[in-house]
Every structure is written in structure tokens, then in C-alpha cells.
Design a protein around this ligand. Structure first.
Ligand code: PLP
Length: 398
């Protein structure tokens, strides 16, 4: 059994704060400052350029990728880290389209995180080759898969409501129709069990600053099925993907047979030290234990909020197995209400137009936090604290 009191002790969360936003930006692991100082003092300062070899900077893309791979059901050598998620979405979709050159349709859904859709729009404009992006309602994605579709690009867990796609069903149908699937794991990696191998996923991408707790702007990751690695053209073909980067040839030849071909250019090595420290927390965590605990805490939260907070309505699916690891409620005055919660030390976030969102992250959240959060919300509603002038001001980042 995973010991969640042990993982909780590995995070440095300010005294008195209940942090229900680990789905947006995970909290800092206690080991992070030493990891960063270690990188500065014992790697950059002392090794300088030698660090690429002596500290293995060049291959950390892969060693860290393998550690994330364990959490998403990916075998060794199939996942690399680097760049940002928006870039990895672009790269995966562009690479997917190249695998199905006779088709023009990219199928996603209108609940997808906007940057994924924006990156595809940009890609289509760039290629100017008659591509079409279809975004039906999330429930209609499966029915929308047909022989026109080149790439299905879906985010498994809806960032607003937590609704979960049935990835196995989507992948099976896509493959039956000759389409390729790009699976965005932004709200899945570190949140729920994922099995990219067992579901026969083609591409999977995700970030490491949400449930994986590697810090703001931490690198993204990309997985490519081993059966594709020799045929996939990486798009965004940078020198870190070249079969001989230090030959400095003028033509691009992707690294044969290896996931390195999805790398682009020099990654942020400093941020890798934080990612490494963040992944240490996962060493003794079983994803099935995490899922069971997340459901238990989410069910408790929903029960408490529904019992105490009139006017606040569950936004996502009621069945916990159809949800990821965050819980959202609609409330007409969601924005000022969330500001009042944050002022009271309960940190969730707000997603327009009226959603209050709470990350349920068992690594550092327990029953007491859940009960206290629901109690605080009830109080804010009962005393109408959210009506205070100071809670009406909109910040640049919500
Ligand atoms: C958080 C999130 C992103 C963010 O992309 P960045 O490039 O890291 O800013 C993209 N897609 C989804 C589905 C997300 O949830």
C-alpha cells in the first residue's frame, strides 16, 4: 500500500494553506531547493561545458522520460522530455498527419484545452493544404471517427469539468479506420492510471508542472509507440533529434529507431534538476492506490459541498470512474467566491464562465483538508463573504 503520509511530508506547503490546485501547478517538493543548488554548485559552476558528458545532461531527456514512462505505462526508451506541451502537441499532430498523407481531417472536441486547438490552427495555416479541424462536443468524438480522419487529438481529462474520455475505445476505433491518435495527458499523468502500451496509443504528450509537481514552466514529455519510431518524421526537426548531432551535417537525418528523434534543441537542463526531485516523490507510489484514494477524497468533497453549499452544482460526471482527479462546481458567483476561498487559505481556481475547480491530489491532500475546505466554502456562502468589493477584481491570470 502506498503511504500517503510519507508523500505528504515530502512537500513544502505553507502553514495553514489547503492546496487544491495541484492539477494546475503542483506544490514544491522539499527536495527541490537542494536539487537546484546541487545543479548550480556541482554541475554548472564546476563542470561548465563538460557537464554535457560528465553529468549526462545530453541524455537526461531520456532518463527522465523513462521515469515518467513508468507512470503512463510506457516502456523504457519510448518517452523523452523537453520543450513545452504546446510545442509537443504541434510536433505530435504534425508527425501524425505525415503518417496519413492522403487525409485532411484533424478531429478533436470543443472541450479541449484551447492551446491544443490553437496549435493545430497554426499548423494548418502553415501547411495551407486544405486541412480541416473538427471540434464536436466531447460526447460525439467517438461517432466522429471515420475514414476521412487523419489524426484524432484529444485530451483525456477535460480541464474544466474533469470528464474523462474512453481512450481505449477512441484508439481502437481510430485504428480500425486508419487514423492516428494524439493523446494529451496534461490532466492524466500523475492523476490517474494510464496505459499507453496496453491501449496501443500512437502518440501521447503531457506536461510535468501539474500533477507531477516539477515547477512552473517545467518541461513537457512525448511518447511514441515503438512500432512507429522508425517511420515517424519528427516535424520540428532540430539537431538534438539528428542521428549524428555533432557531425554538423547540413541535412537532417532523424536518429534511427530511437525516441531521441522527437527531441528538438537544447533543453532547459536547470529545470531537469527540479523534475528529477519531483519524480523522486513517485518512487513508492502505486497508481492504483493513488486512484482509489483520489476517488475517496473526491467523493467526500462532493458529499460535503452538496450538503452544505446551496446553489453550488457539480459540473462534471457524478460517476467517479468517468472523472479525472479534479472536481468542479458551477456557481453563478464563482469568480468572487473563489477569491474569497483563496483569501481564506483554500486554493482552488476559477475557469470561465462559472466554474470553481479543485484538484484532488492524494500525494499531499487528506480528509482533514477536504473537510476544512468544504466548511470554509459553506461559511463564505452563508455569510456572503464573496460579495466583498475586494473579491470582485479580476487578476490577469485566473
Ligand atoms: C495545461 C495544458 C496545456 C498547457 O500547455 P503549455 O504549453 O504547457 O502552456 C496544454 N494542453 C492541455 C490539455 C493542458 O491541460
Amino acid at each position: 500500500m502506498t503511504d500517503f503520509t510519507k508523500t505528504r511530508a515530502m512537500f513544502d506547503i505553507p502553514e495553514g494553506m489547503i492546496y487544491l490546485n495541484g492539477n494546475s501547478l503542483g506544490p514544491m517538493p522539499k527536495a527541490a531547493p537542494d536539487a537546484m543548488m546541487g545543479f548550480l554548485n556541482d554541475e554548472w559552476r564546476t563542470e561548465l561545458i563538460k557537464g554535457w558528458n560528465t553529468k549526462n545532461w545530453f541524455m537526461q531527456t531520456n532518463t527522465l522520460g523513462d521515469r515518467i514512462g513508468r507512470l503512463i505505462g510506457a516502456g523504457a526508451g519510448t518517452t523523452v522530455v523537453g520543450d513545452t506541451l504546446s510545442i509537443k502537441v504541434f510536433q505530435a499532430v504534425a508527425s501524425g498527419l505525415a503518417l496519413v498523407p492522403d487525409r485532411k481531417v484533424i478531429l478533436s472536441d470543443n472541450g479541449n484545452f484551447p492551446t491544443d486547438l490553437y496549435m493545430v490552427e497554426g499548423l494548418m495555416n502553415l501547411k495551407d493544404a486544405g486541412y480541416e479541424l473538427r471540434i464536436p462536443d466531447p460526447e460525439d468524438v467517438l461517432a466522429g471517427i471515420n475514414d476521412d480522419v487523419a489524426v484524432v487529438m484529444v485530451t483525456e481529462v477535460d480541464y474544466r469539468t474533469g470528464r474523462k474520455h474512453d481512450m481505449k475505445a477512441i484508439i481502437d476505433k481510430a485504428h480500425a479506420h486508419g487514423a492516428v491518435v494524439v493523446w494529451d495527458l496534461a490532466h492524466s499523468a500523475g492523476a490517474i492510471p494510464v496505459d499507453v502500451t496496453g491501449t496501443d496509443a500512437d502518440f501521447a504528450v503531457g506536461c510535468t508542472y501539474k500533477f507531477l509537481n516539477a515547477g512552473p514552466g517545467a518541461p513537457a514529455f512525448i511518447y511514441v509507440a515503438p512500432r512507429l519510431i522508425d517511420v515517424v518524421q519528427p516535424a520540428l526537426s532540430g539537431w538534438f533529434a539528428h542521428e549524428a548531432p555533432f557531425a554538423f551535417d547540413t541535412d537532417f537525418r532523424p536518429m534511427p529507431g530511437k525516441i531521441e528523434r522527437m527531441r528538438i534543441g537544447t533543453p532547459s537542463i536547470a529545470s531537469f534538476s527540479l523534475l528529477s526531485a519531483a519524480l523522486d516523490v513517485w518512487d513508492d507510489v502505486d497508481m492504483n492506490d493513488l486512484r482509489a484514494r483520489s476517488i475517496e477524497l473526491a467523493e467526500l468533497f462532493i458529499r460535503e459541498v452538496e450538503a452544505r453549499c446551496p446553489g453550488v452544482v457539480l459540473a462534471g460526471p457524478r460517476d467517479p470512474h468517468e472523472r479525472g482527479s479534479h472536481v468542479s462546481f458551477r456557481f453563478e458567483h464563482g469568480y468572487p467566491c473563489m477569491q474569497a476561498l483563496i483569501a481564506a487559505g483554500v486554493i482552488g481556481d476559477f475557469r470561465a464562465p462559472d466554474i470553481m475547480r479543485f484538484g484532488i491530489t492524494p500525494l499531499f491532500i487528506d480528509e482533514n483538508d477536504i473537510l476544512k475546505a468544504a466548511e470554509t466554502l459553506a461559511e463564505i456562502l452563508k455569510k456572503e463573504i464573496w460579495k466583498e468589493e475586494r473579491f470582485q477584481v479580476r487578476s490577469k491570470v485566473t
